[in-house]
Design a protein around this ligand. Structure first.
Ligand SMILES: Cc1cc2nc3c(=O)[nH]c(=O)nc-3n(C[C@H](O)[C@H](O)[C@H](O)COP(=O)(O)OP(=O)(O)OC[C@H]3O[C@@H](n4cnc5c(N)ncnc54)[C@H](O)[C@@H]3O)c2cc1C
Length: 323
């Protein structure tokens, strides 16, 4: 591992100033970053620890919804009674991620900013597009776990389970930076690799995620998250799905349906949402909506099976939310 300096920031403003230094990296729980440092695919010269920042409030609930501090852990999200009650898909996504030990360390901010788990990206020997190289080795190579949408110019999938659920709820990311912070909808915060495959977010140098905001819960809104994985623990999703439905009895009035682990960002499936709106949520409607959601998938040579898995995950999420 390359030598680096380390500073523990007492607050996000200090963290942003420190992170603006050349070759700096933020470390929250460190469960992703330290792996990459040990694998020599991240070699920061200056590490800025933020896990010691003590949140004044982990959660704030007011008329504009729920604000979650960026340093709340996945364990907290999976156990907090008000998250479980009002945003069950988020609680479920957090509960199913990784292992208890990792969930105790992993933070919400780190979870949405974690880097992809593509094995070519994670091996220092491969100078792939995500590392500034000319090729996506997964595209013609070992692509069992890769994208089935937006497979070019980089076929990685977004690894965050919470992002799948948060996008379905219409969450917003709050940041601070030396030049001033901003609030950005999550679906604009996470970016496809089209313009710059080396990044997954719009974060600028020195910009720090401080919170994630969720719109106010509504009694008629029901939601669910379903993850399908190879092993039942210690694993990333092969496919996951979140459904947030505004219900009127058994009829869905409005749907937000998101698929995860199928593209470089979690994918909202608008044709499926439109199909479901106005229909009774039953097995047939859920199956047809899921079919529509995967209509335009373009799997690679070795991951056609993920189309079926994603369909099943979405069908189950729709039924769990609205059935
Ligand atoms: C075996 C295993 C299985 C896993 N399974 C899953 C899974 O199923 N689902 C899932 O979602 N995840 C899974 N993970 C990944 C794990 O959840 C992430 O590593 C973790 O959420 C990252 O959070 P962290 O706080 O440790 O981030 P760190 O490792 O500290 O940081 C991750 C990245 O985000 C940046 N960052 C961190 N905080 C901020 C911030 N506030 N503002 C701006 N940038 C920031 C860092 O600079 C770094 O680049 C798994 C991990 C392992 C090892």
């Amino acid at each position: 591992m390359k030598a680096f300096t380390f500073v523990e920031a007492p607050d996000f403003e200090t963290a942003a100033r420190e992170a603006a230094r050349p070759d700096a990296a933020l470390k929250a729980g460190g469960t992703d970053l330290l792996d990459r440092m040990k694998e020599r695919t991240a070699e920061p010269a200056h590490l800025v620890g933020i896990s010691g920042i003590v949140p004044r409030e982990k959660i704030r609930v007011d008329g504009s919804g729920m604000t979650l501090h960026a340093l709340v852990t996945l364990t907290f999200l999976s156990e907090d009674p008000s998250v479980r009650r009002h945003y069950p898909a988020l609680a479920e996504a957090a509960a199913g991620a990784a292992t208890p030990q990792i969930r105790n360390m992993a933070t919400l901010g780190g979870n949405i900013c974690q880097r992809p788990r593509c094995w070519y990206f994670r091996l220092e020997e491969y100078e792939c597009r995500k590392k500034g190289g000319a090729d996506c080795f997964a595209f013609h190579g070992e692509n069992q776990f890769h994208a089935i949408f937006h497979t070019e110019p980089c076929a990685c999938v977004h690894p965050s389970a919470t992002a799948t659920a948060l996008m379905a709820y219409g969450a917003t990311v709050v940041t601070t930076a030396p030049g001033g912070g901003r609030e950005v909808p999550l679906d604009q915060f996470l970016v496809l690799p089209d313009e710059d495959p080396t990044v997954e977010t719009i974060l600028k140098t020195g910009e720090v995620v401080t919170a994630v905001k969720l719109p106010p819960p509504h009694a008629s809104v029901r939601s669910a998250y379903v993850k399908i994985k190879h092993k039942q623990t210690f694993d990333w999703p092969l496919a996951d799905a979140a459904a947030v439905l505004r219900m009127d009895g058994r009829i869905c009035r409005e749907a937000r349906l998101v698929l995860g682990a199928v593209a470089p960002v979690p994918m909202r499936r608008k044709a499926a949402e439109q199909f479901l709106a106005g229909r009774v949520v039953d097995a047939s409607a859920a199956r047809q909506a899921a079919e529509k959601a995967l209509d335009d998938a373009t799997p690679l040579a070795k991951n056609g099976y993920k189309v079926t898995l994603a369909k099943v995950a979405l069908e189950r999420a729709i039924l769990a939310a609205g059935g």
